[in-house]
Design a binder for this molecule. Structure first.
Ligand SMILES: Cc1ncc(COP(=O)(O)O)c(C=O)c1O
Length: 378
């Protein structure tokens, strides 16, 4: 067998939506993006959403929205993908790495309070692997410390915590639709919030600073109005980026959104099978306490004291694996900011990510479990 670690689950529905984009021959930021943003807001339960080309862009702009003075600090977990931290640096702010909880591998709320000082202005909780940060507790702490909260929901599209969608607990939620994630647009991201004053200006920031997108200007050009000759006019008053979503991505996203709950349910069922399959193994444990009935888990991870041997064993059997994540505190770029994260700096050594994408077959799951079993008994 040859089993991929991640795989987007795409098919006819996505192709049909793409055809609509071809038929209209408007490929850039256009009506599909608007439709996808509206559908996403409705699905998540927020007032407004802004489509961008990645969660990296979403996190960058989410911090930009607050116009924090240069040099202020943002609390982030030590174990996450690089984009959580680069968003802070892009905004000329300082990342403060918070250690992770040894059980859940997400931001340790006690360490967060220890690392806080009066220059901290925001926190970016990451729902790592889809395991939800306890957002009720985090929001209490954030309120007490006057911190803005940007949820990094790159791993948990569709997930909930205590019956409320992840991404709607904080001031802003940022999602990733990169090809490996819970749902995909190829590459893409979404910024969501209930605060229109905060979010609406980001439409210019994602479109190189221009205050009117080209689709709306083209539509306006069709009408007869007093200032018809000025339909082309736009204003640039902020330093923007080329971060917009395009209609291809949105077309795929609209089809994927319809399947998202089913894909999350399928991944939960796969995880349940893994949990059952490894329950008596002495040296292999789940990476965190999965609760497949709750949340939207992006990947299934395990901990093994013989991590590298296991990775090689599975590789030789045609099973792809990964490690999520090597701590940012050990990366050269971030070492100057890395202080006191002993848990993060150690626990990653046991992590292995296993295939758990929605298209994984029953035979493939059985095969992976039997190879874990073979390895455990060596
Ligand atoms: C936690 C986290 N945040 C942000 C990102 C960035 O997502 P994107 O690839 O859409 O930029 C990723 C990507 O894997 C991620 O894992």
């Amino acid at each position: 067998m040859n089993i991929r670690l991640f795989k987007p689950s795409v098919g006819q529905e996505e192709l049909e939506n793409i055809k609509e984009v071809f038929d209209r021959a408007w490929l850039g930021n256009g009506p599909m993006v608007v439709k996808f943003e509206e559908a996403w807001s409705k699905y998540i339960g927020c007032k407004t959403s802004v489509g961008v080309n990645s969660a990296t862009a979403a996190l960058h702009l989410a911090l930009t929205a607050f116009h924090f003075p240069e040099g202020k600090k943002v609390l982030i977990p030590a174990i996450t993908f690089v984009s959580t931290a680069t968003a802070v640096l892009y905004n000329r702010l300082i990342p403060v790495f918070v250690d992770v909880d040894p059980e859940t591998v997400s931001i340790d709320l006690n360490d967060l309070q220890r690392k806080y000082d009066k220059d901290c202005v925001a926190v970016i909780p990451v729902h790592n692997g889809g395991y939800p940060v306890p957002m009720d507790r985090l929001m209490e702490i954030a309120e007490m410390l006057n911190l803005k909260v940007i949820e990094d929901c790159a791993h948990c599209a569709g997930g909930e915590y205590k019956g409320k969608k992840l991404g709607t607990w904080g001031h802003i939620g940022c999602f990733s639709f990169e090809e490996k994630k819970c749902m995909t647009t190829g590459d893409g991201g979404m910024i969501c919030s209930d605060d229109l004053d905060l979010i609406e200006p980001l439409r210019a920031y994602r479109w190189v600073g221009i205050d009117k997108d080209t689709w709306r200007r083209a539509e306006n050009a069709k009408g007869i109005s007093e200032n018809e000759a000025m339909h082309w006019h736009y204003e640039i008053s902020v330093l923007g980026y080329k971060y917009n979503m395009n209609d291809f991505a949105a077309a795929i996203g609209l089809a994927q959104l319809k399947k998202l709950d089913a894909m999350n349910t399928r991944r939960a069922a796969i995880i349940e099978k893994y949990l059952e399959g490894i329950k008596y193994f002495k040296t292999i444990k789940p990476v965190f306490p999965y609760d497949p009935g709750n949340g939207a888990y992006w990947y299934f991870g395990i901990r093994s004291d013989r991590r590298d041997e296991l990775i090689i064993h599975l590789k030789n059997k045609g099973i792809a694996t990964g490690v999520h994540f090597y701590p940012l505190t050990l990366q050269p770029l971030f070492k100057p900011y890395a202080k006191n994260c002993p848990v993060a700096n150690k626990i990653w050594e046991t992590f292995v990510t296993l295939p758990s994408h929605a298209d994984l077959t029953e035979d493939e799951i059985k095969y992976v479990i039997s190879e874990l079993n073979n390895f455990s008994s060596i």
